[in-house]
Ligand binder design. Sequence first.
Ligand code: SAH
Length: 355
Amino acid sequence: MPSCFATQVPHLLELAPEELARWFQQQGQPSYRAGQLWHWVFRHRAESFQQMSNLPRQLRQKLQQHFRLWSTRRLAHQQAPDGTEKLLLELADGHAVECVLLRQGERRRTVCISTQVGCAMGCVFCASGLDGVVRNLTRGEILEQVLQLQRLLSPEERLSHVVVMGMGEPLANLKELIPALDLLTSPQGLGLSHRRVTISTVGLPSGIRRLAELDRPYHLAVSLHAPTDALRTQLVPVNRTVGIEAVLEAVDFYFEKTGRRVTFEYVLLGGVNDSPQAARELGRLLRRRRPLVNLIPYNPVEGLPYQEPDAARVRRFVQELKHQGVEVQLRRRKGAQIDAACGQLRRRQATSAKG
Ligand code: SAH
């Protein structure tokens, strides 16, 4: 792997489809070569250009001279007994991001990917934003996380879902995220249906509206975490200038434009936002929107004062919401043994590197 870092040639996954098509044209190659190349990368999980046996040998050499297939290096790989695996990837400039593979049942293979190094949103319970944001990831770096995780699958396993719930705020980096997702959902990439891609946002109204206008019916999840502005501003500082009302108006707009119901995420923090009263307020707030609420028991982060909610309170919270006609999913904690809450592994690595 180090050999690919020694060269400064461009990363293949940074290229827009038109750019790649142009490159093939310049090499005097037919246009179907681009399709063949992506097929090797995404479907055959090729490790190198040399493996691409239906491309002429000379062309493979040219590709090798002009592009690198990989731009990241594995710094850490953790595996949990429940099948969850997590990678810490070093980017070409030395920064690191996390991504996770989740296995559910026989078929469901979900990858959870990051969109930024760090995060600027500053949610007080989250490990990703503790040191702020460093930079946006490029489209190639976003795509490469998917490919790196795909390499962990057995040949019989197929990647089925993508969730953009790793480090960073996806709607703050739509410029790079959308081209990456476009390739994953195109027949040339993984051919995933838009419905199998979930973008999770802290709730930036302008970003939600932009995404709605783009007319790509991805599943949108909005991290609400509190039923009132006072509590939400404590937990999600960007709420101070945004406010729940503006988030909900943008969500309604998304629904009108795409016809897709939005999920609300709610991290349950023991003793903070998990009271029966909070559940009733949340129900009242969302009731008329045929809401789907995804409850996430807190995954404790070292050094932060928040705790997992106790089981009885979680049950009561669920009951209260259901009582108000809210559809509720309680997300099972996966990969808790491997620092699976976003940002934790990177932090651990950074802290131990600092000594
Ligand atoms: N910026 C996006 C994506 C972040 S991660 C967003 O805010 O939605 C996806 C979800 O995990 C968010 O709802 C986030 O609040 C939640 N989360 C972050 N840290 C967590 C932790 N330690 N335990 C449980 N959920 C966490």
